[in-house]
Design a protein around this ligand. Structure first.
Ligand SMILES: [Mg+2]
Length: 390
């Protein structure tokens, strides 16, 4: 089998990223989205999504490469290759883009391609991705509703009640106005805990941008980070997420030693080498590789093995379309110990429209893990054609 095309597909929508003052739903990035489609001469195709600077991803995948290794575009490195050689091709893409890549945009594009190749491998084997990765240990997983902080305690209460009505047993509030006003932060968390009651999980993602997401400001000091963990512990928060500068591994390790609340992070981490440093340095209780950023399934499956050896939990970060959720669910199916799947309840019209398969919350707050060829989540190609701009 040979790869015949690696196609970045650029979509434009009318949505904006934001939270509300009321309980109305927040929204993820709905203005641009890029998908990757890898095609083969055997008629098998893989699809994946990426959260990145979408128009630039087109150049990284299918633009004009240069003559020397390290300056190649990802597509030209793959045409004619056997898609079943997934991990050899990961190495080829990494080296081929190393001068401008290694992290960020190029690694995000590499991640999507890697996921496409794993999908093709599963299709060629006629099995689910979970079966290819080692087998299914579970058929369902508790979902947490993943959304943005609302701007008022009343909005938090209404939002939390809405997720309870939909069947969720766990909710994560993140970003939005959190960090702008410490007094209000506490009121928002208190309202969420009150509405969720003592038996449902409340997770908090304060964001690591200084002073909220709208304006630049100083980072939290170590003392401020520890103080944040201390007051969140009063509300029985299940984890505090990604709230320290992503390059500052020492601070993660220090704060974790002083926090009664488990520390979750890893959505900013990429490549196995970096995950190994992050985990071995004792930075987290819950590692959160994002399959569209970390280097794809090839990296995430090795991170899962490391997490098991180190006795920490792994919950993939997945706040994008249900394609990414679909890949995440297949990895979760294989984990010896699994806690949650992140379920993006704040999808814009653009991110929601990309998949035809709807993943639903069951009465017990779980999502069924598809047991179908590849990931069991299909792209709505009519929707994609209608929103495509390249
Ligand atoms: Mg996060």
């Amino acid at each position: 089998m040979k790869i015949t095309a690696v196609e970045p597909i650029l979509l434009r929508g009318a949505g904006t990223y934001g939270s509300t003052a009321s309980g109305d739903e927040a929204s993820d990035n709905g203005d641009w989205q890029v998908l990757v489609r890898v095609a083969t001469d055997a008629g098998l195709t893989g699809w994946a999504d990426i959260e990145t600077l979408a128009p630039a991803a087109v150049a990284v995948i299918a633009g004009q490469g240069m003559a020397v290794l390290g300056f190649k575009t990802l597509g030209e490195l793959l045409i004619g290759e056997n898609p079943l050689d997934v991990e050899r091709l990961w190495d080829k893409l990494y080296v081929g883009s190393a001068y401008y890549g290694r992290r960020g945009l190029a690694m995000q594009c590499l991640s999507a391609i890697d996921n496409c190749l794993w999908s093709i491998r599963a299709q060629a084997a006629g099995c689910s991705l979970a079966h290819l990765l080692g087998g299914r240990r579970r058929d369902r997983i508790t979902a947490y509703a993943s959304t943005l902080f609302r701007e008022t305690p009343e909005g938090m209460t209404a939002a939390a009640r809405g997720y309870i009505d939909k069947g969720f047993r766990a909710v994560k509030f993140g970003w939005g106005v959190f960090g702008e006003d410490p007094g209000r932060d506490r009121e928002l968390v208190a309202a969420a805990r009150e509405a969720l009651g003592p038996d449902r999980h409340l997770l908090v993602d304060p964001g690591w941008y200084p002073a909220g997401w709208k304006k630049p400001g100083p980072m939290r000091s170590r003392r401020e980070a520890i103080a944040l963990c201390e007051w969140l512990a009063e509300y029985d928060v299940g984890w505090i997420e990604d709230f320290i500068h992503p390059e500052n591994f020492d601070e993660y390790a220090h704060v974790r030693l002083h926090s009664a609340v488990p520390i979750a992070a890893g959505e900013q981490v990429a490549t196995y080498w970096e995950f190994e440093r992050f985990i071995r340095q004792g930075c987290v209780d819950v590692i959160q590789p994002d399959l569209s950023r970390c280097g794809g399934i090839s990296v995430a499956k090795r991170v899962a093995e490391l997490a098991e050896r180190e006795g920490i939990d792994l919950v993939p970060h997945s706040w994008l379309t249900h394609l990414l959720t679909g890949y995440s669910l297949q990895l979760i199916a294989t984990l010896p110990r699994a806690r949650f799947v992140e379920f993006n309840v704040s999808q814009s019209a653009l991110t929601k429209g990309i998949t035809r398969t709807s993943l639903k919350i069951e009465a017990d707050g779980t999502v069924l893990i598809p047991d179908a060829v590849s990931i069991g989540v299909d792209v709505d190609e009519d929707f994609v054609r209608a929103h495509r701009v390249n």
